[in-house]
Design a binder for this molecule. Structure first.
Ligand code: FAD
Length: 416
C-alpha cells in the first residue's frame, strides 16, 4: 500500500482516485472547485465507443477551410490566440497523415474493447446503480453522399467493436423520432453508443465516493516536486504534502504542473458550448448527432442538452455564448419545437492533444509520477479504463500494461 496524491477532481481524477483507493492505497485528491462545472460535468453524457477515429485525419483536413470561414461553425479558432496555439496546430496537421490516423484508430480501439466492463466495475465499487442507458444514438446526414460514405466506414467500426448499425431513410427516421420534422437525407442508428442518466449527477456521485474512501483537499496543486523518497504536492495555501507517488489528472491545467517538472506536452483546449433545458420542450429516445454541423442533442433524465462544436482558444479566454445560440438556431432547422426559453448556456474545456490520444503514462524521468490527461472528446468514455490503467501502472505488476500503453506515453511529446 502506498500514499498517493491525485491532482484534479474531474471525471479522470475521480476515476483514478476511486480505483487506487479500491486497491488499498491511501489516496488524497486535490480539487479547488468541488461544486464547479468543468468539462466532466457539462459534457454530452455519451459513452462514445464507436468514436475511434482521431479528429486530425485526411478527410477532415479538406473540410477545415470551409468551417473556419464561418465564425459560428463547427470549428473555429480564436485568431488572436494563434501564436500560442501554433505548436499544437502544427502537430495536429502532422497527425492527419493516413498512417498516423490509422495507428491512432488502432490505439483507441484497443481501449474501447474494455470500456463497458471498466465502467461497470467503477460504478459498482462507487455504489452508483445503472448509470448508463443502452439508448444507441442516431447520426443525421444532410446529404445522401455523406450518408453512403459514413455507412461504409461505420460498418467497419461496428464489425471491429461488435455492435450493430442500421441505415434509415428520412421517413424512417421521422417515424422513430417524430420531433425531427425538418429536412435531411437520412441517418445511421448505432447500438455502440450509450447515454449516462446525467453526467453532472454521475460526477457528483463519484466525487462523493472519493470523499468517503479517500481524503479530499479543496485546493489547487501549485507545484509537483520530487523529494528524496517521495513526491511533494504543494497546495494553494503553500503547504507541501509528501506522498510515495502522485498522479497528475487536472485536465488542461495539467500542462502548467508538467512545466514545473521540465516536461513538454502539447495540450490545448478545444472549447465546447451547450444549452441545457431542465424542462425539455420535447423528448428524444437517444442522442442525435448532426454530422454536418458538429453538435449533438443528448436526452438525460429530466434534461436535454444541445451543444458541441470546437473552438480552439486559450483556456482563460472569455466565453463567446453566440456559439451556443448558433447551435440552437441550427437545431431548429431539424426540430421546429425547440425554443430558447429555459435554456442554460455553458462553456467547457476539452483537454486535447493534437493526435486525439490521451496521456496515460508514467513520467520518463520519475516513475513515481503518473499522468492521466488529454482525453479531448472522450474523457467520460475513457474515464473508468484510464483509472484502471493508471492503477496498473502505479502498482507496476503487469509489464504488458506498460507495453500496451506505448501509444499513450508522454514520451511522444519529449524532444531528443
Ligand atoms: C461540450 C462537450 C461535450 C463533451 N461530450 C462528451 C461525451 O459525450 N462523452 C465523452 O466521453 N466525453 C465528452 N466530452 C469530453 C469530456 O468531458 C472531457 O474529456 C473530460 O471531462 C475531461 O476530464 P478531466 O477530468 O481530464 O478534466 P476536467 O473535467 O477539466 O477536470 C479537471 C479538474 O481539475 C481541477 N484543477 C484545475 N487545476 C488544478 C490544479 N492545479 N490542482 C488540482 N486540480 C485542478 C479543475 O477544477 C477540474 O475539476 C465533452 C466535452 C465537452 C466540452
Amino acid at each position: 500500500m502506498a500514499s498517493i496524491g491525485v491532482a484534479g477532481g474531474g471525471i479522470i481524477g475521480c476515476a483514478v482516485a476511486a480505483t487506487l483507493a479500491e486497491r488499498g492505497h491511501a489516496v488524497t485528491l486535490f480539487e479547488p472547485d468541488l461544486a464547479g462545472l468543468p468539462a466532466s460535468a457539462g459534457n454530452a453524457g455519451i459513452l462514445a465507443v464507436p468514436e475511434v477515429d482521431p479528429i486530425a485525419r485526411p478527410d477532415m483536413l479538406t473540410q477545415v477551410p470551409r468551417w473556419l470561414i464561418d465564425p459560428l461553425g463547427p470549428l473555429t479558432l480564436r485568431w488572436r490566440d494563434l501564436p500560442a496555439l501554433s505548436p499544437w496546430l502544427a502537430a495536429f496537421l502532422r497527425s492527419a497523415s493516413p498512417a498516423r490516423a490509422a495507428s491512432t484508430r488502432t490505439a483507441l480501439i484497443s481501449l474501447m474493447r474494455r470500456i463497458e466492463g471498466d465502467h461497470r466495475a467503477l460504478s459498482g465499487l462507487a455504489g452508483i446503480v445503472d448509470p448508463l442507458r443502452a439508448t444507441g444514438a442516431l447520426t443525421l446526414y444532410d446529404r445522401e453522399a455523406s450518408l453512403d460514405t459514413a455507412f461504409r466506414h461505420e460498418s467497419r467500426t461496428a464489425e471491429e467493436l461488435n455492435f450493430s448499425i442500421e441505415r434509415l431513410s428520412a421517413a424512417e427516421v421521422r417515424a422513430r423520432i417524430p420531433a425531427l420534422d425538418g429536412a435531411f437525407a437520412g441517418g445511421i442508428v448505432s447500438s455502440g453508443y450509450q447515454t449516462f442518466r446525467h453526467p453532472t449527477t454521475y460526477l457528483r456521485a463519484l466525487q462523493a465516493h472519493v470523499g468517503r474512501e479517500a481524503s479530499i483537499i479543496e485546493q489547487a496543486v501549485t507545484a509537483v516536486r520530487p523529494e528524496g523518497r517521495g513526491v511533494a504536492l504543494t497546495g494553494s495555501d503553500g503547504t507541501a504534502h509528501r506522498f510515495d507517488k502522485v498522479v497528475i489528472a487536472a485536465g488542461v491545467w495539467s500542462r502548467g504542473l508538467l512545466r514545473g517538472l521540465g516536461l513538454d506536452v502539447l495540450l490545448e483546449t478545444e472549447r465546447g458550448y451547450n444549452t441545457t433545458y431542465e424542462t425539455p420542450p420535447f423528448t428524444l429516445p437517444m442522442p442525435i448527432f448532426f454530422a454536418d454541423h458538429g453538435f449533438v442533442a443528448s436526452p438525460f433524465e429530466g434534461a436535454l442538452r444541445i451543444g458541441g462544436a470546437v473552438e480552439l482558444a486559450r483556456p482563460e479566454a472569455p466565453a463567446n455564448f453566440a456559439r451556443a445560440r448558433a447551435m440552437r438556431t441550427k437545431m431548429r432547422r431539424y426540430v421546429s419545437a425547440l425554443t430558447d426559453e429555459g435554456g442554460i448556456e455553458w462553456m467547457g474545456r476539452r483537454p486535447s492533444t493534437p493526435d486525439s490520444l490521451p496521456v496515460i503514462s508514467l513520467s520518463p524521468t520519475d516513475p513515481r509520477i503518473a499522468m492521466a490527461f488529454g482525453h479531448g472528446h472522450l474523457g467520460l468514455t475513457l474515464s473508468a479504463t484510464t483509472g484502471r490503467l493508471i492503477a496498473d501502472l502505479i502498482d507496476g505488476n503487469d509489464p504488458d500494461t506498460a507495453r500496451g500503453l506505448a501509444p499513450f506515453s508522454i514520451r511522444r511529446f519529449q524532444r531528443g
